[in-house]
Design a protein. Structure first.
Length: 205
């Protein structure tokens, strides 16, 4: 991206980020990547490493994501990465801070930032990792087993394909690990192909 329009887009992005910082404070992990990216990847929420580095997908799931993208022929540097929930949802157990699933209010607060973020980047397609972004953007009846890997319309107007979250793959072992990993790579290849052939997306019933 170059010239005045690139500069204006960057300023608008900084404004959304500043609004998010005001809303969520110092633990904010905002999206990153080229503002003219044709693919946007949306995760659930940052974890410990993302919070420490203030960057999405830099922990173990992020490292697996890098390998999945490479296997699918997608350059991470060309993708904009972000999350629905902008700060790490935590709980304390046995004196330790752990991740927990985000609450509905946290998802809705994150969407107030995510939607303008997506409108600004305006990619050709979205890749949604896991049920949280899939239910938030495709519809509450989204079911990963039945609906992954196909194109749906979203409230943003941008077509989206949802697949298993890399963090979910990391919890599997043996053949289920290999099978699920292969499914995710296949879904990422489908997403990459949508950059040359616009997807036929449908609304989720
Ligand atoms: N999991 C997510 O959903 N997002 C991140 O940024 C990291 C892990």
């Amino acid at each position: 991206m170059s010239g005045d329009s690139g500069q204006e887009k960057h300023e608008a992005w900084e404004q959304i980020k500043a609004q998010a910082a005001e809303q969520f404070g110092g633990a904010l992990v905002f999206g990153e990547g080229p503002l003219d990216a044709r693919l946007v990847i949306i995760g659930e929420a940052p974890g410990e490493h993302e919070t420490a580095q203030k960057r999405p997908f830099v922990g173990r799931a992020g490292q697996l994501l890098d390998r999945l993208l490479r296997d699918a022929g997608i350059d991470r540097a060309e993708v904009y990465l972000t999350n629905v929930v902008k700060i790490r949802p935590t709980t304390e157990a046995g004196g330790r801070i752990k991740n927990r699933p985000p609450r509905v209010g946290e998802i809705n607060a994150g969407l107030d930032i995510l939607l303008p973020e997506l409108t600004l980047v305006s990619p050709a397609a979205l890749i949604l990792f896991g049920n949280v972004p899939a239910k938030a953007l495709i519809g509450k009846n989204f079911a990963m087993g039945a609906n992954r890997g196909t194109w749906f319309t979203t409230t943003t107007g941008i077509p989206a394909l949802a697949t298993y979250h890399p963090a979910y793959i990391l919890r599997l072992e043996g053949p289920p690990y290999d099978e699920t990993r292969a499914q995710v790579v296949a879904d990422l290849i489908t997403a990459r192909e949508a950059l040359t052939t616009p997807p036929q997306a449908r609304a989720l019933a």
